[in-house]
Design a protein around this ligand. Sequence first.
Ligand code: AVI
Length: 320
Amino acid sequence: TPTRPEDDIRGDTPAIDPAFRADVLRGLGQAAKAIPARWFYDMRGSQLFEAITQVPEYYPTRTETALLHTHAPTVAQTVGADATVVEFGSGSSIKTRILLKSMPRATYVPIDICGEFLDEACADLAALFPQLRIVPVEANFMNPVHLPVRQGGQAMLGFFPGSTIGNMTASAAVDLLRSMRQTLGPNAHLLIGIDRVKDPQRLIAAYDDAQGVTALFNLNLLQRINRELGGTIPVDEFRHLARWNEGASRIEMHLEARSAVRFDVAGQSFHMDGGETIHTENCHKYRPSEMRLLLAAGGWNQLEHWTDSQEDFSLVLAGA
Ligand code: AVI
């Protein structure tokens, strides 16, 4: 295709993603407005999430990283240093590196829906671990995935760090755990990070940091809608909210309209009252007994449960 000068100028205007458009229009059309959290992660959103992992109040990343440093050698010993490591999502390369440091001759199979993320993750790891065999798979890991690696007799280790499981309802989490079991085959292991219930003030601080990085991350969703779906949302009229929902054992993120607002998205008009919110994310927190039950419902038997001295975060090794 011939290029034109205006292509360059418009280079940062992405084509409309029909799934994004459908989710946003459906979500804003509901009485209780909500947009799925997966749409946070455009380029800017992914950068802001990286920044969140560095703020002092957001303990999960550094706590899980320390747990992995301590326990990766035991994981390698249990599953075998030459096992096939299947990572569900490929965005957590620092944690992957820690695990693979104990398994440098493993086969590494990152599964991600985004080929670009896969390429990045693979290039970095190939340079660091020359003996690693890397087999990227572009797929939606929420469903069972056919892996182009031998499963018969081959030790398989699923890796799902970051407490991403917490962003799902319990029933979606169980479905995913069952899919993972199918993807990995019999006798597989799963190493999973799960965030724990704790003092709500600490949880709220982790999702409403003093520097306002999480607020920018949440508000970026509105900017993304404006950028990609021709929206006219007055972003300054919204504020970030993080609430602890005790009954559901979860942090909820919302975007609250400060005053009554009207705006258009993809040619449709919307109205919000002052104080009305758009629910953008759930982050479920678990107690150890609930983790065990969740895993069991998903077909996994807890073998090891490691936590830090403050009992902030859990790293669990389970068997199929
Ligand atoms: C990706 N996920 C595990 C993060 C969490 O803690 O639930 C996303 C996040 N949202 C706000 N801060 C971090």
